[in-house]
Design a protein around this ligand. Structure first.
Ligand code: BES
Ligand code: MN
Ligand code: ZN
Length: 496
């Protein structure tokens, strides 16, 4: 983990990251170094010579200046107020470009503690590499930037420590989500997912931090009527699990949220086998489960005064002679029956079990959020960087969208049009798991809605697009697992 500090002094011999902006359309540039107020005249000529433009995601390195190495990170067009996300991304790009180094100081145009916080977050989020599965090539791959110092005259403030502490926790758990997603399915089965989480649970303080963990194995799932998780997992030699983590804060009379995450450790499509090309990306199909579990541990480490019930239904969707057949009927926890017309629409089946279970406890819930890489249609609708939000409660959705704007995670509201519901009618069971192909993201949302009590505020986050980056790295986002939704879940709880 990258060590974070805030300082109002420069460390000699360190690397110095400053902002670079474009000032006009003719290639003009300027340096933005915030409180450092770097004298930049001599540097600008060299930067122009090198073709630096100051656009976002451009990182230019140059020896000299007041440090061993100057690192210019693009902020885009010059402005009097840079958004937190612009700062976060610029810090992240620089920190990615500095992999292999021990330390760097970030002097960016922050105006207040929130800006400093964004730079700290970006620097830590960008300092991520995943080399766990490299063998003989391990040594030729750089490790992440070891320490980041944020230059700010607010360094002496009492809040400074709080900022670095929070940013470190956010980054640590984003990295946990990314690690879990990037871990190949050969090494991440439903059972090993629960074991990895049990280890993180301990490291987060376990029972002392107010946490509790419970795991259902396949026998218990079967005898207790979790037909969705069993039905999806029964084709695999790696049996399914249900993981529950609860967090109870010290404070009394607090709000309680249920977080439910889709945990398909690999989605082959089952007997509705997916095409081979691109199937490898389906190791990301447990991103929702990873995000809700990591968010719960982060919430506990931050000791936030909100109770959390976190549920991760875990299964591997495989084709075999024991796999669920198209037209099989399964019974979801609580008694609703589902005709499985398409075994590749498996996420909604495991989620339905967990969502009904989440609502069956004795403690009243104030809200429920499910997070899932649920549909290819989500990617078609919103692309690879924006997640979808569906809901039965407009104001809950509005507040989440506002929070996501703040955390820099891109989410957009989508409707749940009632007329699409009829396409899920089954001739034999209560509901079918596949409906109209058009609007498939919303059809999936409508399926889940059937398992949510009307008076419980509920959000469904479909992160099929943004959970896994198959393109180039950008800002603080690496290739592979991104960790999306974790930060917004934590922020939602912070503001509850
Ligand atoms: N895990 C997939 C959805 C997915 C697609 C996630 C692309 C990430 C990237 C999901 O289980 C799935 O296969 N959904 C089907 C549903 C359909 C059969 C109704 C889909 O979207 O094709
Ligand atoms: Mn599927
Ligand atoms: Zn899936």
């Amino acid at each position: 983990m990258t060590t974070l500090k805030i300082s109002d002094g420069l460390v000699k011999d360190d690397l110095l990251v400053v902002g670079l902006v474009s000032t006009n359309t003719k290639g003009g540039i300027a340096i933005e170094s915030g409180d450092l107020a770097l004298d930049s005249k001599s540097l600008l000529a060299s930067l122009l010579e090198m073709g630096a433009t100051g656009k976002a995601d451009e990182v230019t390195k140059m020896p000299g200046g007041p440090a061993r190495l100057m690192v210019f990170t693009g902020l885009g067009p010059k402005s009097s107020t840079y958004s937190h996300e612009v700062l976060r991304r610029a810090a992240g790009s620089a920190s990615r470009a500095l992999a292999g180094n021990s330390g760097a100081t970030f002097a960016l145009p922050t105006r207040d503690l929130a800006g400093v916080s964004a730079v700290a977050e970006g620097a830590a989020l960008g300092a991520y590499v995943f080399n766990d599965f490299r063998g003989s090539s391990k040594d030729s791959h750089k490790s992440a930037l070891k320490s980041a110092t944020i230059f700010s005259k607010l360094a002496g403030k009492s809040e400074a420590k709080e900022i670095t502490n929070r940013a470190s926790i956010i980054a640590k758990y984003t990295h946990l989500v990314r690690d879990l997603i990037n871990t190949p399915p050969s090494h991440l089965t439903p059972d090993s997912f629960t074991k990895k989480l049990a280890a993180s649970f301990k490291a987060a303080g376990g029972a002392k931090a107010g946490l509790k963990i419970t795991i259902w194995d396949e026998k218990q799932l079967k005898s207790q009527g979790f037909g969705g998780i069993i039905g999806v997992g029964q084709g695999s030699a790696n049996p399914p699990r249900l993981l529950y983590i609860s967090y109870t804060p010290k404070a009394k009379n607090v709000k309680r949220f249920a977080l439910v995450g889709k945990g398909i450790t690999f989605d082959t499509g089952g007997l509705n086998l997916k095409p081979g090309f691109g199937m490898e990306a389906m190791k990301c199909d447990m991103s929702g489960a990873a995000a809700v579990c990591a968010a719960t541990l982060a919430i506990a480490e931050l000791a936030l005064p909100v109770a959390i019930d976190c549920w991760a239904p875990l299964a591997e969707n495989m084709p075999s002679d024991t796999a669920t057949r198209p037209s099989d009927v399964i019974t979801i926890f609580g008694g609703k029956t589902v005709e499985v017309l398409n075994p590749d629409a498996e996420g909604r089946l495991v989620l339905a079990d967990a969502m009904v279970k989440a609502q069956s406890g004795k403690n009243k819930l104030d809200g429920m959020i499910d997070v899932a890489t649920l549909t290819g249609a989500q990617v078609v609708a919103l692309g690879t960087r924006t997640g979808a939000v569906m809901t039965n409660n407009q104001s809950f959705s509005d507040s989440f969208i506002a929070i996501a704007k703040e955390t820099g995670e891109q989410f957009w509201p989508m409707p749940l049009p009632v007329e699409l519901r009829a396409s899920l009618d089954s001739p034999v069971a209560d509901i079918a798991n596949r409906g109209d192909k058009n609007g498939g993201m919303m059809v999936a949302g409508l399926f889940l809605k059937e398992f949510v009590s009307d008076d419980l505020p509920w959000l469904h986050l479909d992160i099929a697009g943004p959970a896994f980056n198959e393109g180039k790295p950008h800002g603080y986002t690496p290739v592979g697992g991104t960790g999306v939704s974790m930060r917004s879940l934590v922020r939602l709880v912070e503001q509850a």
